[in-house]
Design a protein around this ligand. Structure first.
Ligand code: 13P
Length: 256
């Protein structure tokens, strides 16, 4: 049985200490009473340290929203794996909003280096993959997402691959209020994400890796995604940056 994992991606919101602490103060105890789900908050870098202190004895984990692969060096503005590992257990890698910049920062090759660096530092990478609307309409989802999964996992051992978490986030569903249908997301996650992992590392690893759905997940639709056999949780953007996140998590767990 794969343990469900729900991750809050705050993106570039709540980056001032008083805002972040204010929300966490209101949600941490109610969230702590929801059993059977792993919970991760991914706030901006600016508040990771204050939240790490606040959540020291909490079951709620922290994650960063990206990182560099090098441990030190002349990389102005970057945050290294060891800096992240000092505060967090998770790191989101390859989010489409970062891949979209077109630079090398979160290209397939860079994501692979970051995944390797994260694992070397004991971090759990949450690897985002997903196609845009044009590719979806052209029937290219399977080829495109499969290639992203392959690139992210290049050079990993079976043991390392088994420690990764994936998030299938179709780009056209992010922030649009138009989520994928649970059945379609379940199909892509099963056939393409898990199928590619099975090709590379075998059925046992593919059956153990957790794969989330992301893209306009709300308290109103989370139950439909959680009811799907291939979907192990959600990567939540907009609906995670308020107290409504507690109800979303409750409904997610109730639907399992
Ligand atoms: P929304 O939930 O706001 O659509 O964002 C999804 C996302 O990108 C999470 O990483």
């Amino acid at each position: 049985m794969r343990r469900p994992i729900i991750v809050a991606n705050w993106k570039m919101h709540l980056g001032r200490a008083e805002e972040a602490v204010g929300l966490v103060r209101r949600i941490r105890h109610p969230l702590g009473r929801v059993p059977g789900v792993e919970l991760v908050l991914c706030p901006p870098f600016t508040v990771l340290a204050v939240l790490a202190e606040m959540l020291r004895r909490s079951a709620i984990a922290l994650g960063a929203q990206t990182m560099h692969w090098e441990d030190r060096g002349p990389h102005t503005g970057e945050v290294s794996p060891s800096m992240v590992a000092a505060l967090c257990r998770y790191v989101i890698l390859g989010h489409s909003e970062r891949r979209a910049t077109g630079g090398s920062d979160e290209s397939d090759a860079a994501v692979n280096r970051k995944v390797q660096a994260a694992l070397a530092h004991g971090l759990t990478p949450i690897i985002c993959v997903g196609e845009n609307a044009a590719r979806n309409e052209a029937g290219e989802t399977e080829g495109f997402v499969g290639a992203q999964v392959r690139a992210a996992l290049a050079g990993l051992t079976v043991d390392q691959a088994g420690r990764c978490v994936f998030a299938y986030e179709p780009i056209w569903a992010i922030g649009t209020g138009r989520s994928a249908s649970p059945a379609a997301a379940n199909r892509t996650i099963g056939l393409t994400v898990r199928g590619t992992i099975a090709d590379l590392f075998g059925e046992t690893v593919a059956g153990a890796v957790r794969v989330q759905y992301g893209g306009s997940v709300t308290a109103d639709n989370i139950a439909d995604f959680m009811a799907m056999p291939e979907i192990d949780g959600a990567l939540v953007g907009g609906a995670s940056i308020g107290t409504g996140f507690v109800e979303l998590v409750r409904r997610a767990v109730a639907a399992r």
